[in-house]
Design a binder for this molecule. Structure first.
Ligand code: MRU
Length: 344
């Protein structure tokens, strides 16, 4: 079975999103026609995951572009662009997609069809890129392979296959004997709710574990690799991803488990020198003190809720991109992969 988190209904100008806030209990869709709705869907995490929010934002730009021309379109797109940029700060794919589109719509001679073609190219490339990442990652997988994954970076976080769960699913479909441990991923439980939902659809054997179990699982069971996605990779390979990724990398290092990051080149931010320069989103404390409708902390208890952390490059065995696998020293290997972009 396959599903799409993001679907564009071109004739009606509707962006159809699976509401990831209510999965897996309910499969509910939101149908959006206005850029303000798209920005809110990114902010409230109806749609989430770095590549998916970049693609959703691209369709927000398309909504505004359609039916407008000339200076009127440029003015409307300037404010749409600003609105979308303010929706979430950490995942660079959002800014990457908006920059790419701005390079098209900001030209006085830009046509509507050109803008639309660029939006659709961003969507289509995401599918191809994730397939290529899986192909490279499969070269790392033994016939019997046990993965450890954090958060959700699968079909729901992208347009189609996903990054790290794409690798897990591809290994399963290629005939490897696969097992995957999924961190539940507090506080929003993307691992327990979304990654497990996806692996169930594809019949991939897995077990959800609490985030604090990763070191224990790696010490007491065979784990071949930890594999995660990312929201922004700095030029030196430091990687921002869902909070708890750094802990997982430390646990992997202490147990001799290779730690891989699956990263489309659109997630590598060559303008950001190191992880210290990455803005980390802080979300509402209520995400920690409540689970669903249930308050789990004393009324008024303070909480601190950074949504992402930075894993230092020294803990990363490799960064798997659509152009190949970068290894330390990452400054050099990522730059070498960048020079492949655009070559056939
Ligand atoms: O807050 P979220 O759910 O948007 O965070 C998602 C992640 O951290 C993913 O690991 C990352 O965006 C990569 S998705 C291919």
């Amino acid at each position: 079975m396959s599903f799409r988190a993001i679907e564009w209904r071109s004739e009606a100008g509707i962006l159809r999103l699976i509401d990831q806030k209510v999965l897996p209990g309910e499969t509910r869709y939101q149908e959006l026609t206005r850029v303000e709705e798209v920005a809110e869907a990114i902010r409230d995490m109806t749609v989430r995951g770095a590549p998916a929010i970049g693609v959703a934002a691209a369709f927000g730009i398309l909504m505004v572009s359609r039916g407008r021309e000339g200076d009127d379109r440029r003015r409307a797109l300037q404010s749409a662009d600003a609105l979308l940029r303010a929706s979430r700060p950490t995942a660079v794919n959002l800014f990457w997609a908006l920059d790419r589109l701005k390079a098209v719509w900001n030209r006085p001679e830009a046509t509507g069809p050109e803008i639309e073609a660029e939006v659709l190219a961003i969507e289509a490339e995401d599918v191809a890129v994730n397939r290529a990442i899986s192909k490279h990652a499969l070269t790392l997988c033994p016939q019997e392979v046990t993965f450890f994954h954090h958060c959700n970076t699968g079909s729901l976080a992208t347009v189609d296959l996903g990054t790290a769960p794409g690798v897990i699913r591809s290994a399963h479909e290629a005939g490897h004997k696969v097992m995957a441990y999924l961190d539940e991923t507090r506080p929003r439980l993307q691992g327990a709710k979304l990654s497990s939902f996806e692996l169930m659809q594809y019949g991939v054997p897995h077990a959800i574990v609490v985030d604090g179990a990763s070191a224990h699982v790696m010490r007491t069971r065979k784990v071949d690799m930890a594999i995660v996605g990312c929201d922004r990779v700095a030029a030196n390979g430091d990687t921002a991803n869902k909070i708890g990724t750094y802990n997982l990398a430390l646990a992997a290092q202490d147990n001799g488990v290779p730690f891989y990051v699956a990263a489309p080149m659109s997630t590598i931010d060559f303008d950001t020198p190191s992880g210290d320069d990455i803005e980390i989103e802080e979300r509402d404390a209520g995400e920690i003190t409540r689970i669903g409708d249930c308050e789990i902390a004393p009324p008024g208890a303070p909480a601190f809720n950074p949504a992402f952390d930075v894993t230092p490059n020294r803990l990363i065995s490799g960064i798997i991109t659509e152009y190949g696998i970068a290894r330390a020293p990452f400054g050099e290997s990522l730059a070498a992969l960048r020079s492949e972009i655009g070559k056939a």
